[in-house]
Design a protein around this ligand. Structure first.
Ligand code: PLP
Length: 292
């Protein structure tokens, strides 16, 4: 099941239209996306994928804040967050409850001269991913990017969730060719960054560590919520530089993302990684149960 809606983006400071925000939504069957749209021709646009659990959109405020941040980095018109929020609520109501789903929203530069295009797609998602229990084999791959690219070379758009994910998909194919399932990207300085579709979290010397948000990574919403939960359990959590050379010393490691939630590593570059099964199960349950 997929529900598709096109949205006519309002200016960020526009007030609610007389017909309500939902009057700016059109079912997919009534609209088309032009083959001249910059999102299709050049991948010139941004997106977000949100998890929906038992009808609740998870980490909505964080995803919308990241959408606004990505829009600013690409110099796209700032999104009207109240409008997007109303659209998310409308699509979430079409997903199974109880059950899991995803909503992917996209905002592109549009057809030249016509302004941005926007659409949302809701889909049913699995409630269970075997890799949450079984773990995953991961390889480190060079990202070819400085960890400081966001500051030094902003036109590389590090930190923006752009539609141009061909590179990320190529990295996952490379992992499969090497007999693994996922990737940890490493910067040109040798710092561990993130996965192609996930954030990195490790337990090192008794502290939960994830690379800093100002590095050339996407600021993950799931890792933020994982830190909130872990801190509530009394654990110390820090965003800090993580040399790839330290990865063989971790007591446990996970790749975190909105739908799969937390996938524990069982192997890194062919070497076994310790598991913390108590944390695995409790962390996944806590992330799944988020109601906002
Ligand atoms: N890093 C990258 C490159 C991603 O594509 C994603 C998710 O798609 C993440 C990190 C994790 O972000 P989130 O936890 O908000 O899903």
């Amino acid at each position: 099941m997929s529900a598709v809606y096109f949205l006519s983006p309002l200016a960020a400071d526009a007030s609610e239209p007389a017909g309500g925000y939902l009057s700016t939504l059109r079912p997919g069957a009534e609209a088309v996306i032009s083959l001249f749209d910059a999102g299709i021709v050049r991948g010139d646009g941004i997106f977000e994928t949100l998890g929906v659990w038992d009808g609740h959109v998870q980490a909505e405020a964080a995803h919308l804040a990241r959408l606004a941040h990505s829009a600013a980095l690409l110099e796209l018109p700032a999104p009207n967050l109240a409008q997007w929020s109303a659209a998310l609520a409308h699509l979430a109501a079409e997903l199974p409850n109880p059950g899991a789903g995803s909503i992917r929203l996209s905002l592109t530069r549009g057809v030249p001269g016509e302004g941005p295009s926007a659409w949302l797609v809701a889909d049913v998602a699995p409630t269970d991913y075997p890799e949450r229990r079984e773990g995953i084999a991961v390889v480190t791959l060079q990202r070819g990017l400085s960890a400081f690219a966001a500051q030094e070379t902003p036109w590389l758009l590090a930190g923006a969730k752009t539609l141009s994910y061909a590179l990320n998909m190529a990295a996952l194919r490379e992992a499969r060719a090497r007999g693994a399932e996922d990737v940890i990207f490493v910067s040109t300085e040798g710092l561990a960054l993130e996965g192609p579709t996930s954030s990195l979290l490790v337990l090192l010397d008794g502290v939960f560590v994830s690379p800093p948000r100002e590095e050339a990574i996407l600021a993950g919403t799931t890792v933020d919520d994982a830190f909130t939960w872990l801190r509530a359990q009394g654990h110390t959590c820090v965003y800090r530089e993580l040399p790839a050379a330290d990865l063989p010393r971790v007591s446990a490691a996970w790749l975190l993302s909105s739908l799969r939630l937390a996938a524990p590593l069982h192997t890194l570059d062919g070497v076994a990684v310790p598991r913390d099964r108590e944390i695995d199960a409790a962390l996944i349950a806590a992330l799944a149960e988020r109601t906002s």
